[in-house]
Design a protein. Structure first.
Length: 99
């Protein structure tokens, strides 16, 4: 099974960079995605905001971006914690989109 997600969108929130007890950079962010997709032969407007987390060099790269900036983020989905059904987008790659 695979768990791969790639989204482009606007960074609506970027929390300050912090560090785990092991010294690994950690960053929480939100990404707003808007697009048109085809489903069952019909075009539909799609809009969603996902909560994300990034670690290590991806966290540092995202911390250099500004809210409102467009970005392309790749990663995977996981539960917020073992007791939660809420999904969180874990970023493994991120880059700003130049407009």
């Amino acid at each position: 099974m695979t768990n791969e997600v790639a989204l482009t969108g606007e960074l609506t929130a970027i929390e300050p960079l912090r560090y785990t007890p092991a010294g690994i950079p950690l960053l929480n962010f939100r990404l707003l995605h808007r697009s048109q997709q085809t489903e069952a032969g019909l075009r539909r407007q799609v809009e969603c905001e996902v909560h994300g987390v990034a670690m290590a060099e991806v966290a540092v790269a995202l911390s250099r971006l500004n809210p409102g900036q467009a970005a392309r983020v790749k990663g995977f989905l996981n539960r917020r914690n073992r007791m939660s059904a809420q999904l969180v987008f874990h970023a493994t790659e991120a880059q700003a989109i130049k407009e």
